[in-house]
Design a protein around this ligand. Structure first.
Ligand SMILES: [Zn+2]
Length: 177
């Protein structure tokens, strides 16, 4: 069972098609990509297992190193350009530059990391990556037909989008060995 703040997550609400731009914008604003109401993060950078408002499972995300990579890309370009422009146009004492640029870099990186991670989670949700595919399949099939499906429950369990569940994979791996 998935818990949100110590309580059982509410049952996932009816499926709704969400464009990837909307899902990313919602994630950037720390809002659930599925409903846009619940929060993605329980605490700094920690994605909730499920949305507190609609129950959409968020633990499927595999943001991994992409958010910090994107943040480095963004902050590097902004601060790098600012340093170059400052050098070209003004005569700022070295001590001031040494104080300003590292501080600005740190503040920007910390401020952007969580919103960017939220946007990455939103994108993975919208593209049906990893276990998020189960939510998409939920749109295609009537709600009642999902419960008894062994493939879906296995897919839900292992979070992989390969049409097989854990048991199948284990058996296949044994045969190969
Ligand atoms: Zn939600």
């Amino acid at each position: 069972m998935i818990e949100v703040d110590g309580k059982a997550a509410p049952a996932a609400r009816g499926p709704a098609e969400v464009p990837w731009t909307t899902a990313m914008a919602r994630g950037f604003r720390n809002r659930c990509p599925h409903c846009g109401e619940g929060r993605v993060f329980g605490r700094f950078l920690k994605v909730r297992d499920a949305c507190e408002a609609c129950g959409a499972e968020l633990h499927h995300h595999r943001a991994d190193d992409l958010p910090p990579y994107l943040v480095i890309f963004i902050v590097g370009h902004v601060v790098g350009l600012a340093i170059l422009e400052t050098e070209m146009r003004f005569e700022v004492p070295l001590a001031v530059q040494l104080a300003v640029w590292p501080a600005l870099t740190l503040v920007m990186a910390l401020a952007l990391l969580q919103p960017v991670k939220g946007a990455v989670v939103g994108l993975q949700y919208a593209l049906g990556m990893h276990g998020f595919a189960a939510i998409r399949r939920g749109r295609a099939e009537p709600a009642g037909s999902l419960a008894g499906s062994p493939v879906l429950s296995g897919e839900r369990a292992d979070g992989a989008r390969d049409g097989r569940d854990d048991a199948d994979r284990d058996t296949a791996d044994l045969r190969r060995a």
